[in-house]
Every structure is written in C-alpha cells, then in structure tokens.
Design a protein around this ligand. Structure first.
Ligand code: MN
Length: 485
C-alpha cells in the first residue's frame, strides 16, 4: 500500500489495482450464478461497495473483491500474491479459511450452538489480521440483504447464524450501524411475526410520541442555544431486535422500556457533553439509576456516550444520548472508523506487529493477535487474559488440555463436569481451577482452566443439586441419583 494514498473521501474512481482485481474476479466467476439468478460477480462487487462505504484501506477492498475466488474458481493464492502482494493474499486466505471451517463443521446443520467455540478458535486463528473479520462481515451483510433468494430452511439457518454470531461480532467491533442492520434482517427471518409486531409497535409509538418529542426537542434546543452550545439534535430509532431482547429481559413489560423514545445530542467536545447533561437535568427530572457515564467508563467495545432518562412536566419519559462527533462516528462505524482515522498507522503496525498506535479500547485486538501468533507457533495461550467476550451470556472455559467448553454464565464446576461426561460428573471428588484446589460452589469465570478430579469411590450426592446451574447437569445428576449409582 502506498504511503501517500489520499484520504478515502477523495477517492472518486477505482485505482488501477482495484480495477485489476475487478477484472480478474469478473473473469474467474464468469458463468457462475447466484441463487438470485444474477451473475455471481455482483456479490463480490457488492462486498467491494460495502467495504468502500466503510472506508477500508485498498488491500482490504481488493481482498473483498477476490474473497470467493480461491474457494470457488481456478484462481490460486499464489496468483493473488504475485499480482497483489502478500497482504492481500493473506486476507483472502483468511476469509477462505473462515468459510472452510464452517463446511468442515458438517455444513449448515451443526453451526449452532456447538460451533460457537469453534468460531472463537477460528477468530483467534485469523485474528492475526482483524481485517479478515471485516471482510467476512461485509460478505455476510450482502448475503443477509439478499437472503430472500434462498429456500426457507436455508434462510432460517443463515439468519440464526447471523443473529448469534455475526451481529454480536459487529457489536464487539462497535460497528453499531452494521449490528442493527444484520440483527434486524436476521430477526425478520427467524421470527417474522414477532418482527412485524414489534416493528409496528415502534412505528406506532414514534407516531404517537412525535408531537411531544418535537416539543421537547424545541425546548432543549432553545436552552442549549441560550448557553451558546454548538450542537445537533435528532431522534434515534430503536432497532426491532434490541427491543425484542429488552422485552425478554423485562418479562415483556412495555412499561419498563424507557428508551423506546430517545433523542441524541451531538456536541463538539467532552466538556460540552457534561454541560449538556447538566442543562437537561435543570430542565427535566432525571430518573433514578438511569444516568450512565459511558464517557468516563466506556463499554467494553469502546462505545462512549452519556445516557440519561428524564421525565418531562407532561410526564413523558425520554432517553437522551449525548456524545461528541467523534464518539458518534465510532459508535456507528466502530473498528472500521478506526481504520479510517489511523489507516496508515494501524495497518502498518499490524504488519509489523507493533501496537502502540491502537486506541486503548481496541486493545483486545492486540491480545487476539498475540494469541494467534502463539497458537501458530504451537505455544500455549493464556486464554484467561483474552477479553474476547463476544457472547455475553456465555463463558468459555478450558480443560487442562486446552479444549474450549462453552457454558452459560453462572455455571459451576459440576456443570462443567457433566458437560464433559456424566461418568465424570458422577464421580467428582474435587476441582482445580487455574491449577489451585477450589470448591464446587465457585462460579466459573471466563477463561478459567478447570480440572475435574474424580474418584471411583465417589458417588453422586443429592446435595450436589444445589451446586448446579445448568438444566443439562441437573437432569444428568437426577438420572444418576434415581439409578442409585
Ligand atoms: Mn462471499
């Protein structure tokens, strides 16, 4: 990649390298059709467009154009390397491997939930360059957008996978706009009725709230203007899937959803964020426990904003999100935005394995890179240190041999033991966690290495039922108890 490349917004036409890649891909995919009936090349070209929208670097865009050639055409990695260099070849290889692993997992039928841990492994393995995942996300986005062309059973499977793996991945990279689109498309296939119902509900709510909201917007604008603040204010629409998840968390009680109606205020700097928060609270009554300072304490994915929910004199409940332009950009585009801001530094540093220019909120990526490098050398990886918590409701723990076991958050050693085998579960005599003797009440944590000690003389006990979290383990233990073994 040339060091003097112009900023992305100035790119008005494709570079010679990109044109070359398009030419090669077009030729290679010639005669192939998508399920939609259109020429296959439309897909890689759509991926190209998405990556350009995300303002990714040239190598990534080229790899996006070529991402299906090695797997589906006669083009070899060697050819790509000769034509476009090592970096592009590496990216294409990574994306190809992601696809292969999925196939090796037995095709579409076995990807969930067992393969979440495989997927994690695979992300570690390709985590050497996070751009592989970004290409994969662009690929998935286009496939999701064109899902209607597939037969219903495939639609459902791909939608589920998108919902459970790719949308959380986008979230982990703080690519908010992408997360919302992936999740809402997928959810509309996974649960069409529920999707329609909630979508209408949101629209209805927005219609009803529109007038009141306009009034609040005007009030707030007047106040901020009086204080000579530079600001933009706009409504933010809640995504269908996030409403669905929130309702599930609150027993379907709409009364507990306070952020259905929300206004977003964007200001130039952090001081103005706090000033705005103070002003809002002078105007309306803040609700208890609803002020969140994600500026001082960013979310794990780097998301920053101030949130507050207020009650107006007319008893309207509105959530406000206050952030700077830069925070907004990052919340919407996440990691891709970082590539844009730091493109040269970030990509160059990737190649050289240097990390000093990575924003601190992206440090998990360097951890992923370190882990990948070590795994490649066959070294042991301290996964405990890896904060790659993609699946918030799951924890990943390890056997002493390094096998990954995923369990629901809240699991205990006996859950782990029964997950390995009921024979093991039935003869547990003790547990070592991270090499130290521990007890059966100790909640397992992300990255723990768990060693179950067994003894032939040990029999299952009734009291163990209190030391179990998962229904799977409970059921297995009850079976053993009833057998009296
Ligand atoms: Mn593809």
């Amino acid at each position: 990649m040339s060091k003097n490349k112009k900023p992305k917004e100035e790119r008005t036409e494709d570079s010679p390298r990109i044109l070359k890649a398009v030419e090669i891909a077009t030729k290679a995919h010639e005669g192939q059709l998508r399920k939609t009936g259109e020429p296959y090349i439309n897909h890689p070209l759509a991926v190209k467009k998405i990556l350009e929208d995300w303002q990714m670097d040239e190598d990534t865009i080229i790899a996006g154009i070529l991402h299906d050639t090695v797997e589906d055409t006669d083009i070899t990695l060697e050819q790509i390397k000769n034509e476009f260099g090592e970096s592009v070849a590496f990216l294409v290889d990574g994306v190809t491997k992601l696809g292969k692993i999925r196939k090796n997992m037995g095709g579409l039928d076995t990807y969930l939930p067992e393969t979440k841990d495989n997927f994690l492994r695979l992300m570690i393995a390709t985590g050497n360059d996070i751009r592989v995942l970004i290409i994969k996300l662009a690929d998935r986005l286009h496939n999701a957008r064109t899902l209607s062309a597939l037969p219903p059973d495939k639609q459902r499977k791909i939608a589920l996978e998108t919902l459970e793996i790719f949308a959380p991945l986008a979230d982990r990279l703080n690519m908010g706009r992408l997360r919302v689109e992936l999740a809402d498309i997928a959810f509309s296939y996974v649960n069409p009725k529920r999707f329609e119902y909630l979508k209408n509900l949101i629209e209805e709510n927005n219609k009803q709230a529109a007038k009141a909201l306009k009034q609040i917007e005007d009030e707030v604008s007047d106040l901020l203007k009086k204080e000579k603040l530079d600001f933009k204010i706009s409504g933010r629409i809640k995504s269908v899937y996030s409403l669905h998840k929130k309702l599930a968390k609150h027993n379907q009680n709409m009364g507990e959803i306070y952020d259905l109606t929300a206004l977003r205020i964007i200001v130039p700097d952090i001081t103005s964020c706090y000033l705005t928060l103070g002003l809002l609270h002078s105007l309306y009554t803040p609700m208890n426990g609803r002020i969140k300072d994600y500026i001082a304490k960013p979310k794990q994915n780097g998301y920053q904003s101030l949130h507050t929910t207020v009650i107006t004199p007319n008893k309207k409940i509105v959530e406000f999100q206050i952030r700077t332009d830069k925070m907004h950009e990052y919340a919407e585009r996440g990691l891709a935005a970082s590539f844009y801001y730091n493109e040269q530094k970030l990509t160059e540093n990737y190649k050289q394995g240097k990390i000093e220019h990575l924003p601190t909120n992206l440090l998990w990526i360097t951890e992923l890179q370190d882990a990948a490098a070590k795994l490649k050398e066959g070294k042991k990886v301290d996964l405990k240190k890896l904060r790659l918590n993609l699946f918030a409701d799951k924890i990943f723990v390890y056997t002493p041999k390094g096998d990954i076991i995923d369990l629901p958050n809240g699991s205990l050693p006996l859950d782990f033991a029964f997950r390995l085998h009921s024979e093991i579960g039935g003869h547990v005599s003790g547990v070592k966690i991270n090499g130290k003797m521990s007890n059966l009440n100790r909640k397992l944590e992300q990255g723990d290495v768990v060693e179950i000690l067994t003894s032939k003389n040990q029999v299952p006990r009734e009291s163990w039922l209190d030391k179990i979290f998962t229904s799977h383990a409970r059921q297995k233990l009850k079976q053993l108890l009833s057998r009296g073994s």
